[in-house]
Design a protein around this ligand. Structure first.
Ligand code: ADP
Length: 559
């Protein structure tokens, strides 16, 4: 740009100088010629006025230091005298002579046939019919000679140098803001969006700078907006509880969120890598390449066995498909719950069916039994089975109420009061088995927060189990205290204990250690306890030894 301007300026200066010089010289020459012609005429009139007929009178007349040639010619063209010397040639055919004879006076600029030099002629017809002709060398009046050309050249060079320096200054003045603007533009292009051009002047460059700054502001706003959107989208994708993977048409990963990485056991940054190198599951890869299928449930075997639901959508740019995005949902829990539910229904049906079948069988047989004793026995069995059925239904109802209730009647309560209440409820039951109930430790200043009725159910189930699974004459102890900021409830018995292999399963619904165990219940008591402990954000543990006894410990942290 700078080079171009300089070349243009140099050409313009040279062209202007040449044009100005030639115009000046032409005008000067024309003007000079006009002056010379007028002077020649004046001299001619002076000579005529003074009747200079003798050659000596006109010899030596000078115009600007150049001797004027004076020729006196008669009407026949014969030269009477010529200040140049003897001239014998007839001058009638000289153009100025011819025209002067015709018009009275005439000018001519031509080569002299006499001395072969370019001359300016003026011829005047005198009253006696003769012609007085004055001429002067053209060289003497032409400005354009080498001597004068030298001066012109020096002046031209000086003008050129001077104009060039001024022009360079001008170029620098123009180029400085342009260069600054260029620097600012490239810095913005490199990502430095805060930089702005200095637009101080009020000229076109200043306006350009201001417009550029405006444009940069808008660009920055737009980029910030896009970045904001991108960040928001990234945070959403990152925090999603579903896996998201986007790939281009060649299977290169564009986006993968942490959840998807976790599902597929990927730890590295795999953006730009081929998805098939990291997810080697046949079903997923087949699903990705299949155009038609948009949703599918699959079983992932590696790294952890999971049930997944995957959905696919195309990424479009205009109408063109440029990639695919798949959403992966881990439905293992839902599937497990579904299984559990159907298992629970099957269990409930089975559990209810057993006493019902028994009741129905004995009731039918009863019709044909006449023996009083047997009837009594059958009626007792029916009564026991009905009782069991009722307990089963009431336990199922309690469990489902605890499981489904989202709101609880939370309040502050004293656990020692609840324990006392439980003791009075189970008192008769304990006495009937001659079991001693001891509240060994019950700190009175402890306050718990939560659903008091549920806490009572928890203590009741544990103490009832202690009584149920202990032999006659044994002891059940309850302890309630604070240890390192945690609330501890212990129910200890020296009853029949729990076999080691059954311990992990006794909190399952309907699980009973040995169905033939005396006093066995519904198998739901500990499942209810586990749920209530969970509601109180606590933990439950068992320490048990077969035929020695068990300790159930409930810990509620940081009360
Ligand atoms: P159930 O209604 O049968 O008592 P639970 O869920 O309360 O059902 O108990 C599950 C199983 O755990 C019981 O069948 C019983 O064999 C065993 N169990 C529970 N508490 C005790 C205990 N204190 N001592 C010995 N066994 C126990």
């Amino acid at each position: 740009m700078k080079k171009k301007i300089i070349i243009t300026i140099v050409i313009t200066i040279v062209f202007s100088l040449v044009l100005a010089t030639t115009s000046f010289l032409t005008i000067f020459n024309v003007e000079n010629m006009r002056k010379v012609k007028s002077n020649l005429k004046n001299y001619a009139e002076y000579i005529v006025r003074n009747n200079y007929e003798d050659i000596n009178e006109v010899k030596g007349i000078k115009l600007d230091n150049t001797t004027i040639r004076c020729t006196y010619i008669n009407s026949k063209g014969q030269v009477i005298y010529d200040t140049l010397g003897e001239v014998y040639e007839n001058h009638l055919n000289r153009i100025e002579v011819k025209e002067a004879l015709k018009d009275g006076e005439a000018y001519a600029v031509r080569n002299s046939t006499t001395d072969n030099e370019k001359l300016v002629y003026y011829a005047k017809k005198l009253d006696n019919g003769n012609i007085l002709r004055l001429s002067v060398s053209f060289k003497s009046i032409s400005y354009f000679n080498f001597y004068k050309l030298g001066y012109s050249l020096i002046i031209g060079i000086l003008i050129f140098v001077f104009t060039f320096i001024i022009s360079m200054k001008l170029v620098r003045t123009i180029m400085k803001p342009v260069n600054e603007l260029e620097e600012v533009t490239s810095r913005i292009a490199r990502g430095d969006l805060h930089i702005r051009a200095k637009a101080k002047t009020n000229d076109e460059l200043g306006t350009l700078g201001k417009t550029f700054n405006n444009m940069a502001d808008q660009l920055q706003n737009k980029i910030n907006e896009v970045m904001d959107k991108q960040n928001r989208l990234e945070s959403i994708v990152k925090s999603m509880e579903s896996g998201v993977i986007a790939v281009d048409l060649s299977g290169n990963i564009i986006v993968i969120n942490p959840y998807a990485k976790r599902i597929f056991g990927i730890k590295d940054d795999i953006i730009g890598e081929k998805i098939y190198d990291y997810i080697e599951d046949f079903d997923i890869n087949y699903f990705l390449n299949e155009e038609e299928e948009i949703s599918k449930e699959i079983k992932l075997l590696h790294p952890v066995e999971r049930e997944l639901k995957i959905k696919k959508a195309f990424i479009l740019s205009g109408r063109e498909k440029i990639g695919k995005v798949i959403a992966v949902q881990d439905i293992s829990d839902i599937k497990r719950l579904e299984n559990m539910r159907s298992q629970f229904v099957a269990n409930v049906t089975h559990e209810l069916k057993t006493p019902l079948t028994s009741i129905k069988g004995f009731a039918e047989t009863l019709k044909y039994v006449e023996d009083e004793k047997t009837r009594e026995k059958f009626l007792d069995i029916i009564d026991n089975e009905a009782e069991r059925l009722s307990r089963l239904i009431s336990d199922i109802l309690v469990l489902s109420k605890i499981e489904s209730s989202t709101t609880t009647d939370d309040e502050d309560f004293m656990p020692y009061i609840v324990i006392d209440e439980v003791i009075s409820i189970v008192k008769n039951m304990a006495e009937s088995k001659n079991i001693l109930l001891i509240v060994e430790k019950s700190e009175k200043d402890i306050k718990l927060h939560g659903d008091k009725d549920k806490f009572l159910q928890l203590v009741l189930n544990l103490v009832e189990n202690g009584i149920k699974y202990s032999n006659e004459g044994s002891t059940v102890k309850v302890r309630s205290f604070i240890k390192k900021g945690d609330y501890i409830l212990e129910v200890e018995d020296n009853g029949i204990g729990i076999p080691k292999e059954d311990m992990p399963r006794i909190f399952e619904r309907f699980y009973r250690v040995d169905k033939s165990r005396k006093g066995g219940g519904t198998g739901l008591g500990l499942a209810i306890v586990k749920h209530i402990v969970k509601i109180f954000n606590g933990e439950i543990s068992i320490d048990s030894e077969l035929n020695k006894g068990s300790i159930f410990t409930v810990t509620i942290k940081n009360i």
